[in-house]
Unconditional design. Structure first.
Ligand code: COA
Length: 421
């Protein structure tokens, strides 16, 4: 597509609340509104623009009404600069955990149509004001409520179904599968603790406990302080993404304008957006793979005119470690049943030809659901333009892919990003 990213920003990710465990009282240390404004203003400044130069804004937020009692969130983006942005069109987008990739896609279609010149796409979520059970309920609203959420199905539970289907399809023992998942957590922690913006960044739990090898994770006890308990078999605590507050944003313009007027330009060379049926029960027999993501990867590669092996790095949707396996197989980097072994062999480590999740991924960078897609694009932009945040890809990377997935493999968003200046 003839649309490029010319500026990007990612707030620090974390749990920005102070919770009194006895009274249950929660103090908000960095609000939804502050996160939204910081990311939007940061991306505009990174592009070297003024807010008045922005012609339209898209805001991705997954469930602000449940997380922070706020709907109608897109107009709040005017508060980035009420003078410069007053009367500009704003639109909210939602697609579960793929929310802000969709915000970027809709913003870029508007640029491609010629309607707008410079647009801003922001993703934001503030999840930690809620306690665990309310947060789990909010996320479960992204499943098919009548038959999944309402019957007690949670997201760890949904992805456990995918994990069990994968294990069965490829005839993996509990021990082998656990080894595979532990290697993925360790690789993401190892990258994340070097990312200053990560929720589990420098000085965090995995850094203190040095959970940077599979062995260290496998040696954790099953219960008690500092343990790795089962959450939804076969997924344990260290297989689950973090519950995170954060925001990220990008500025988009036509590639033609970008090359003429901006210093660092990364083209959105290909997009794959594929919707799978939501109900797990309608997909029985296929749960060992992400059919929709596979098709989205093909769409994105075909539009960009690339082969998967051309990629220099990728950020993929490890909402649970099993999904990192499924994403890498959907991309075709590993064959069916092979990705876990490839992770054990270190094929996607930080110094490899195509490192996966240099940011630490959702497991270590964190997963503020509505901000995750924008964060993937923002951090890949930084990698491709010579200002990596955290671990740098080797050499001078030119081509990257983001694989951002909403729900249990339902809303599949894949971008090919190419540095063109
Ligand atoms: N991975 C590793 N450690 C985690 C963690 C995670 N996902 N979540 C919490 N912890 C750690 C905390 O840092 C804390 O450590 P400490 O005692 O040393 O301070 C400890 O575990 C307990 O934290 P707490 O916040 O009480 O955990 P919890 O039980 O409320 O939450 C999960 C744990 C797994 C339920 C929660 O992280 C979760 O639901 N994750 C998945 C989110 C999700 O589904 N997102 C959408 C994906 S599609």
């Amino acid at each position: 597509m003839n649309v490029s990213i010319v500026g990007a920003y990612n707030t620090k990710f974390g749990s920005f609340v102070k919770r009194n465990r006895e009274t249950g009282e929660v103090e908000d240390l960095k609000s939804f509104y502050a996160l939204l404004n910081e990311a939007g203003a940061g991306a505009i400044a990174d592009a070297g623009l003024e807010p008045a130069d922005i012609d339209a804004i898209w805001v991705g937020s997954c469930s602000p009404s449940l997380f922070v009692n706020q709907e109608h969130v897109a107009p709040l983006a005017l508060e980035i600069d009420p003078k410069g942005l007053l009367f500009k069109p704003t639109t909210r987008v939602e697609g579960a955990c793929a929310t802000s990739s969709l915000a970027i896609y809709n913003a870029s279609y508007a640029v491609a149509s010629g309607r707008f010149k410079n647009v801003l796409a922001i993703g934001v979520e503030k999840m930690n004001l809620l306690d665990t059970s309310s947060m789990t309920h909010a996320l479960a609203c992204c499943s098919y409520w009548p038959e999944e959420g309402a019957r007690g199905m949670t997201f760890p539970g949904l992805f456990a179904e995918l994990g069990n289907a994968y294990k069965e399809q490829h005839k993996l023992s509990n021990e082998t599968f656990r080894q595979m998942l532990a290697h993925i957590s360790a690789s993401n922690y190892s990258n994340g603790i070097q990312n200053p913006l990560a929720h589990f960044g420098p000085g965090s739990l995995p850094d203190k406990l040095q959970l940077v090898t599979a062995e260290a994770i496998l040696n954790l006890p099953d219960s008690g302080k500092g343990s790795n308990p089962m959450v939804a078999a076969p997924l344990r605590l260290h297989d689950c993404s973090l519950v995170t507050d954060g925001a990220a944003a990008v500025v988009l313009t036509s590639s033609h304008n970008a090359i003429a007027k901006f210093e660092h330009v990364v083209e959105l060379s290909g997009i794959g957006h594929v919707t799978e049926r939501m109900m797990l029960k309608e997909r029985l027999g296929t749960l060992h793979e992400l059919r929709g993501a596979k098709f989205a990867v093909q769409q994105a590669c075909s539009e960009a005119g690339i082969q998967i092996n051309d990629l220099d790095l990728a950020e993929v949707h490890d909402c649970f470690t099993i999904n990192q396996i499924l994403c890498v197989e959907a991309m075709g980097l590993s064959g069916p049943g092979q990705a876990g072994y490839d992770f054990i062999a270190g094929k996607y480590n930080s110094d490899s030809d195509c490192p996966i999740n240099l940011s630490g991924g959702l497991k270590s960078k964190g997963h503020p659901v509505g901000a995750t897609g924008a964060s993937m694009h923002a951090l890949l932009y930084k990698q491709l333009t010579g200002s990596p945040i955290g671990v740098a890809a080797k050499g001078s990377p030119e081509l990257a892919m983001s694989v951002n997935i909403g729900g249990s493999g339902v809303t599949n968003c894949v971008s090919v990003l190419r540095r063109i200046q």
